[in-house]
Design a protein around this ligand. Sequence first.
Ligand SMILES: Nc1ncnc2c1ncn2[C@@H]1O[C@H](COP(=O)(O)OP(=O)(O)OP(=O)(O)O)[C@@H](O)[C@H]1O
Ligand SMILES: [Mg+2]
Length: 313
Amino acid sequence: MIGSMLHSFDPKMKKLLKVADTIATSKASILITGESGTGKELLAKYIHSKSQRASKVFHAVNCAALPDGLLESELFGYEKGAFTGADQRKIGRFEQANNSSFLLDEISEMPLHLQAKILRVLQENEVQRLGGSETQKVDVRIIATTNKELKNQVKRQEFREDLFFRLNVIPLFIPPLRERPKDIEMLSYLFTELCAEENGLNKPKLTSSAILKLKSYKWPGNVRELKNTIERSVLLAQTENINEDQVLILNDDIQSQDQILQTGLSIAEAEKRLILKTLEHTEQNRTKAAEILGISIRTLRNKLKEYKTQRCL
Ligand SMILES: Nc1ncnc2c1ncn2[C@@H]1O[C@H](COP(=O)(O)OP(=O)(O)OP(=O)(O)O)[C@@H](O)[C@H]1O
Ligand SMILES: [Mg+2]
């Protein structure tokens, strides 16, 4: 996976980063909003890195990824015997994150009954383990992210208004990539360079027609999609220049299937594309990719080595 540092060249983003720098050292809660793939998680990590809490481990929990009960015990922990199967005490993530920053990712998915408990962390700085009678003091800086309109959820009574106001002390909105033309261009150069470097390739040059194509696309998947597109284009192009036709934008599933399964492709080539596409899907996690592909990690590693010697990777 290519670099995970936050870079931006767009004036709106520069302003936003300045605000982020200014508030990084405070303890105020932050709500980061923006479409999927705009860099909300990256911005949260950036803020943590600029805070006095930077030397502590950054904690993150995705509220959409865990079912209600598990989310509650993950966040708050439990005492031995709190429920069947709780055979020993578990310290929750809020307690583990004491003195650090805590990202509540996709906060809109937090169930209502847990929202009340989150409010208590914010207001009273305390948590209570499940099945416990005492409260524990915690000092965590909460950063929440969402790609939904929380205000609408408040109106529909799906999100507590008091929690919304409490989180929204410092709202940071990341504009979609299509509204940041300078970023489309500069991040394309940067990702090309990083991808070539990480894969031991000579840095290819993006032609002006390639840049034009990149700038005229709407990027519904934002920076994540741009990053994947550049990575795919660099890895599959075998030339010094990457022109318009070698910029492989996959804007829907059907098209992406076509990219992999074109008649006229050799089995080896189709296999290579499928492997690269799967790695892209798993964000270069080889273990996961091998599992999806139904091959061993060793086979996957050997294939990648083979592509590298063919100078395709
Ligand atoms: N300004 C940036 N500079 C460099 N890389 C970026 C930038 N913004 C986003 N990225 C990269 O794009 C990808 C998506 O970013 P991130 O996961 O932070 O987005 P997100 O807004 O949290 O997305 P989602 O809503 O889908 O969770 C990551 O690989 C991240 O490193
Ligand atoms: Mg995210």
